[in-house]
Design a protein around this ligand. Structure first.
Ligand code: FES
Length: 105
């Protein structure tokens, strides 16, 4: 059973493999920031600090939104802010193994 940990907190959640990350945490009482829940608004963006390879592959919808989120952050915070970080959408990414995340604000 994969474990999702929230960076900089003591929180972790054991979830079922292949659960959508947002749904898995919401079902366990941890509601992440969100909007559309369909991959288009970017409100559920997260940084994956460990285990990025333990999330499902980006689909086209998620990739387009993540690209827009990264562009926005690069313009507003500078390119070094996200340099080397993995950005995903909690409402699209499925959990395949242990990972550590945090909402990206
Ligand atoms: S909630 Fe809108 S992209 Fe995830």
């Amino acid at each position: 059973m994969p474990r999702v940990s929230i960076l900089d907190t003591e929180k972790y959640f054991d979830v079922n493999e292949n659960e959508i990350l947002y749904d898995a945490l919401a079902d366990r009482g941890e509601e992440l920031p969100h909007g559309c829940l369909s991959g288009s608004c970017g409100a559920c963006r997260i940084e994956v600090s460990m285990g990025a390879d333990k999330l499902s592959t980006l689909g086209v919808i998620e990739k387009n939104t993540v690209d827009a989120v990264v562009d926005e952050f690069n313009k507003t915070r500078g390119e070094e802010f996200l340099n080397g970080k993995t950005v995903r959408l909690a409402c699209r990414a499925k959990v395949l193994g242990d990972c550590t995340i945090k909402p990206l604000k």
